[in-house]
Design a protein around this ligand. Sequence first.
Ligand code: FES
Ligand code: FES
Length: 169
Amino acid sequence: MMPVRFKVNGESRELTLDPRTTLLDALREHLHLTGTKKGCDHGQCGACTVIAGGRRINACLSLALQHDGDAITTIEGLGTPDKLHPMQAAFVKHDGYQCGYCTPGQVCSAVAVLDEIARGVPSHVQADLLQRPQASNIEMRERMSGNICRCGAYSNIAEAMADVAGGRG
Ligand code: FES
Ligand code: FES
């Protein structure tokens, strides 16, 4: 067993874990933050997406110990039912979900994607890597391609993202 300390949703947390514990299991099973979902548990669906150190990651592909000292944001840390994050509010407004299982991962990814675009992080669909990326529909769809939705809410998710991005999509 090994100790790990990280800040989750602004709160310092300390756990003693089997070193093989994934970040996803640490969040769900040890910290009881069950908003982050386990879909495939091997990096194919994006349901487990959280923001760690400012970057979106698949929590199922990452060991908790790798995040010692990191600041981690899960869906519980983005907003509350009374005070939704603008992306959560946009998902509600645009009906960006059906069953909701993929939604926490979609929302965390969407928030981080708009941040990536604002920071000028390039993508595969960018025609000119020297130009700053725009929050276009194709950019957002490419960057969200790791988040699978079995219900097929993709168009509404893209609309929600475009709304938060200021209609630029
Ligand atoms: S549960 Fe992590 S990618 Fe599917
Ligand atoms: S809303 Fe059901 S899987 Fe996406």
